[in-house]
Design a protein. Structure first.
Lengths: 168, 104
């Protein structure tokens, strides 16, 4: 029920911000389309924890901020390697274990890796991410597991105690 | 104040343009498919974010800025998905990455 409510509120906010025309008839049409979409999604049975990840909302801003910093750093690094003369790359492929408990968490982890310039997830099979990195240093950084740890913290249910899981 | 915002906006737009060009140069300079993808993601992230931020400063606190924020959010979610699909398709199709270290 709360996922359906979350979907309706989210869709309504999106509609209000995209529309900009607040006449009764237009608002009515908007309300109708939001409710109709929610009804269709409900009937398809796709309104759940995965498609409406309410449990991520509280921690998402902090994670987004951290990821933004990482993106800025690696953009600068990759841009330098492109512009400076000589070959400054050492392409490396590594296998990383995605320790997230849900598939959504693993997808966020893999997407975060790909979003950061210099590392791309080329495959994600049964909890193992195959990552192509532009330098060996990038790959070693990834093996450090900082991002994996942060995504695991992100997907933890709200209010759950912080538990440290050891990285093998 | 207006001049200040305009200046900041121009700096961001120029920075975005610069990173986009750097990404383009990288696409030509890099040796193989996978390393070229890393260059493309510079355009995807730094170029896109800086340009949209510059445009947001131009638009000010209006609905246009809200729309630009949505554009940025959707691009930040879809572009790594597309990159991943491309990389995976290449790997499955047998394009072997030229790597210095293979620790699969």
């Amino acid at each position: 029920m709360r996922y359906l409510l979350g979907l309706i509120i989210g869709a309504a906010t999106l509609w209000l911000l995209l529309s900009g025309v607040y006449k009764p008839i237009v608002l009515g049409l908007g309300g109708f389309s939001v409710l109709f979409c929610a009804y269709v999604c409900h009937r398809m049975g796709i309104v759940d924890r995965e498609s409406v990840p309410l449990h991520l909302l509280a921690r998402l801003p902090l994670y987004a901020l951290w990821l933004g910093g990482e993106i800025a750093k690696s953009n600068w690094d990759v841009a330098k390697r492109i512009v400076l003369p000589e070959r400054r790359i050492s392409p490396t492929i590594v296998r990383l274990r995605a320790h997230q408990s849900s598939e959504l968490g693993q997808a966020i982890f893999a997407n975060s890796i790909t979003l950061t310039p210099g590392t791309v997830t080329v495959a994600l099979r049964s909890g193992d991410a195959i990552v192509h990195a532009i330098t060996e240093d990038n790959a070693t950084d990834m093996e450090g597991g900082d991002m994996d740890q942060r995504v695991r913290r992100l997907e933890r249910p709200f209010g759950a105690p912080a538990r440290r899981e050891e990285t093998p | 104040m207006n001049a200040l915002i305009d200046t900041a906006s121009w700096i961001l737009l120029a920075g975005g343009a610069l990173f986009s060009v750097i990404g383009g140069i990288g696409m030509l300079r890099m040796p193989d498919f996978y390393t070229r993808m890393h260059a493309a993601s510079v355009t995807d992230t730094a170029g896109m974010i800086l340009m949209l931020a510059g445009l947001m400063l131009q638009a000010g606190l209006t609905l246009v800025t809200a729309k630009l924020v949505f554009v940025m959010l959707f691009l930040l979610i879809t572009s790594p998905t597309a990159t991943h699909a491309l990389a995976r398709a290449a790997l499955e199709d047998g394009i072997e990455p030229q790597v210095d270290h293979d620790k699969r």
